[in-house]
Structure formats: C-alpha cells, structure tokens
Ligand binder design. Structure first.
Ligand SMILES: C[S@@+](CC[C@H](N)C(=O)[O-])C[C@H]1O[C@@H](n2cnc3c(N)ncnc32)[C@H](O)[C@@H]1O
Length: 457
C-alpha cells in the first residue's frame, strides 16, 4: 500500500478573526485546525438543572438557555464511541460517576467531555484553557479535565469571590464564589505576570525611605530598589475579589450568567499576547470577545443563542475606546473546513494512502479509486469484502452533520446497509458498535463479531 508522504504542515488557522459562530459549538470546534488557538476562556452551562432567561427589556431580552442534562436524551452514541476508543480513562471516569453519583451529572460530563477533547486539540502546544465552573459540578469537571489535559498541566484554580443577597432559608453559608480551572496544554505556557500586577494593600507609590505597610518586609524601611519593585505591585493571589458588574452599570446587558469584562480581561492579559487568538465556545453575550478586543487580541466566539452576533456588535459600538470596523465582525453558521491534515480529537482512521493536497477538489470517482487502491473492495463498517467496488458507496467517517469534511481524509467506503445505518448520524465506529451489539437486526450473522474484530484499523 502506498504510504502518506505529505510533510506535516504548520498549524494555520482556518477561521477568521472576529467570527461569531452561531449554533452548537461541537461541529465548529471539530472543523477548526489543530493547534491554532492560544487561549480558550470559557464559561459553559454548569448543570444547574434549570433554564436561564434574560432580564426583560434589557439588551439581551428574549435570550434563554437550558442547563439540564439527561443520559437518555443528551448523550449521543458516537460520543461514547469516541471516548471509548480515544479517551478510555475519561469514559471510565464518566461510567464510575454514572454508577455511583448520578446519570444527570455523568451525561453533563459526557457532553462537556467531547467538547473539551476538541478544545484541547485546537489549542497550541503552549496554549491554555480557563474553564469557569461553580460548586454544582466543580469536582466532576476537575476530574474530567485531569483525564483530558493531565493532572500535571493543572496550573491554578482561581476563586472568583463576589457578594449578593443570600437566602436565610437555606440554613447554610451563602455560596458566593465561582472557580476558573486553568490548564496549560503542555509544559510551556504564557504567564505575563507584569501585565496583571495589582497594588499592595496600601496602594500608594513609594520613593524609598518609607516604611512598608504591606507586602514584603512589613514595618522595615524601604530602599529605592525595593520601592521600585513594590511600586510595580504584586502578582495577584489565586482568589480574586472586587470584580463585579454593577446592576445598573453600562456593562450590564441583562444576559443571564453574564460575567464581568474585568475578569476575562485579566485572564486574557495573563495568558495570551497581543494579536493572538482567543476562543470562547460558550460566549453568551460576548464578554470574552469584547474583552479580547479591549486587549487587542484576535477572537472567535460561538454560541447557540442567535442574538450573540447582534450583541457583540452593540457592545463594540458602545465601547468608545475601541475602533473596530463592525463590518469585520461576521456571523457564521457553517463549520470551518479543516485544512490541516484533518486530525480529529479522536483520529478514527489512520490513512494509509497518499492524501491529495488539502483544499484541492478531488472528484468522487477519483476518491473512490484511491480508497479501493488502498483498502480493496472492503466495507469500512462491517468489514465484508465484495467482488467489485460497485457494491460500495462513498461515505463520511465523521458525519457531515457533525462537521465532517468532504476531503478524502474523511471519506470511507461503505456497503449499502452500513451506509443506511450511518445515515449522517453515526460515525463508522458507531456502526461497528451497533453491528456488534445487534448483528441480527441488521441482517448480519453471528460471524459479525469476529469479522469486526479482524478489521485492520
Ligand atoms: C454561562 S453562559 C455564558 C455566559 C458568558 N460568559 C457571558 O458573559 O455572557 C453559557 C452559554 O453557553 C451557551 N451554550 C449552551 N450549550 C451550547 C452549545 N452546545 N454550543 C454553543 N453554546 C452553547 C448558552 O447559550 C449560554 O450563552
């Protein structure tokens, strides 16, 4: 069989700055080139088991999102296949939680897990992800992220403290903090400590000869050098307070769960540099995109809410100091097409054939010829060999509905029954699982199991 000879390509973004993807983020994430994003700062639903609604008459009026998960309704079989084959430890964790804690939280972990796998893939090797979460799912999400990013890549848990009215009926302490779990993708990461320094407690500048009232050497006289370092301020602790959105403030859009710009600006300043890409796949009323604009970063946002594009335009227009050409902020509904070597978070097929140039249009007949040349007249689903290629159709490995490409790296040959079984929802692994579990339903004899086990990939 011919082997792949294309040299590995440098990671090139296949998405534009100032893009707001509207819809479920999974296909968008799956379509993004690997290793292209410097920072992901995101705030997904927390599994609060309730629906959120925007304040009536606010800028976000009418916005709502559901924050509840059920195993039978929300977990797709191909996610389990993907986890089973490529992130088995993550699946073991989810299964353990499902058995011992509850199905809703396990379903949420599964839903978030497949998205985190893609986020991990699209990050550059020196990139970072900050995930915003609260007490409801914190422990489970931390463990989930440890299986995907590695415990050694856990950098900080930032505790964002806030105040607000409590509920005396609860007979417990008021829950008034969220956590931001920061993971780096690898052993190198950006941390711009000078960009995020804050004043020591007394907040006053010093010229030397003064007594320290806070910070290092409290009570001692400061020399000029210490005074200079003192005046630079300190790197903040991992608990942040005093950052909030005033309820009548300019920043408040009325979007439920809106987060303060200052919070996301601090993250962006600390963990990315000017003109680098910041991604928020759950961007809500566009806090991360606006914070990125303020800090002169490039950005991509995604959200199910169809008002997200409008609100990012409104918010950028209202920011006097930003001079953004609003026509550059695009709303996009089609997933990007991977133009690298189409590695997915779950590489299903290891291609053994010479892949035509990414982006080059290859006619279907030619794709079929190349696949037959590499693998013979075999169905990728059930593994049966046919006498002639006429019995095989050209299918998609990752379904089109989930952002799968038309590129040959995502094309497979499948027989009629397997093609119907896939019907744009199952991956090839989903088909094999279904055949293994229910061979008779699909007209396969008891030998299906051993045929499937013998498949060469
Ligand atoms: C907690 S809110 C984010 C709020 C945001 N940080 C802000 O300041 O406005 C979570 C967001 O995730 C979005 N969302 C939920 N499921 C999604 C999905 N599958 N794809 C894209 N967005 C989703 C919701 O519409 C909601 O806007």
């Amino acid at each position: 069989m011919p082997s792949t000879t294309n040299p590995p390509k440098a990671a090139e973004p296949n998405f534009q700055n100032r893009t707001l993807y509207h819809g479920d983020n999974l296909p968008f994430l799956r379509g993004m080139n690997t290793g292209t994003v410097h920072l992901i700062a995101t705030d997904p639903p927390f599994n609060k088991n309730k629906d959120f609604h925007a304040t009536p008459d606010s800028l976000s009026a009418g916005a709502k999102f559901e924050d509840r998960w059920r195993w039978d309704k929300d977990v797709q079989p191909d996610w389990l296949d993907q986890l089973h084959d490529d992130w088995p430890k993550t699946l073991s964790l989810i299964n353990a939680v499902r058995e011992s804690v509850g199905e809703d939280i396990a379903a949420y972990m599964c839903w978030l897990g497949v998205r985190l796998m893609e986020m991990h893939r699209v990050l550059r090797d020196d990139g970072s992800l900050y995930l915003h979460i609260d007490h409801t799912a914190h422990a489970y999400v931390k463990a989930l992220m440890d299986t995907i990013f590695g415990r050694e890549n856990f950098r900080n848990e930032i505790v964002w403290c806030y105040t607000g009215p409590g509920s005396p009926k609860m007979r417990q302490f008021n829950r008034k903090h969220d956590s931001l779990l920061w993971y780096s993708k690898g052993a190198k990461w950006t941390f711009n400590m000078d960009a995020v320094r804050v004043p020591y407690k007394d907040g006053k500048p010093h010229t030397g000869g003064f007594k320290h009232v806070s910070g290092p050497k409290v009570g001692k006289n400061m020399d000029a050098e210490t005074a200079a370092s003192y005046n630079k301020g300190k790197v903040p602790e991992d608990w942040w307070e005093g950052i909030a959105i005033a309820s009548r403030g300019k920043q408040n859009t009325g979007y439920p769960t809106q987060k303060p710009l200052e919070l996301y600006e601090r993250i962006i300043k600390a963990s990315s540099n000017r003109r680098e890409f910041v991604l928020d796949p759950f961007c809500g009323c566009a806090t991360t995109p606006v914070a990125a604009e303020r800090q002169e970063r490039l950005w991509v946002g995604m959200d199910l809410w169809d008002g997200a594009h409008e609100i990012v335009l409104n918010r950028c227009r209202a920011e006097r100091t930003l001079h953004v050409d609003l026509s550059e902020i695009k709303r996009v509904e089609t997933p990007p097409r991977q133009t690298d070597d189409a590695k997915t978070a779950a590489p299903i097929l290891v291609l053994k054939l010479q892949v035509p140039e990414p982006g080059k249009k290859v006619p279907n007949a030619e794709m079929k010829r190349l696949l037959v040349q590499s693998y013979g007249n075999m169905c990728y689903g059930c593994g049966r060999e046919f006498d002639a290629p006429d019995y095989l159709d050209l299918g998609h490995n990752t379904p089109r509905s989930q952002g799968g490409l038309n590129h040959i790296s995502n094309r497979i040959l499948v027989c009629g029954p397997c093609n119907r079984l896939m019907s744009d929802t199952l991956t090839v692994k989903g088909v094999r699982r279904e055949l293994r579990n229910n061979p008779h339903t699909h007209g396969f004899g008891p030998d299906a199991q051993s045929v499937l086990r013998r498949l060469p990939f």
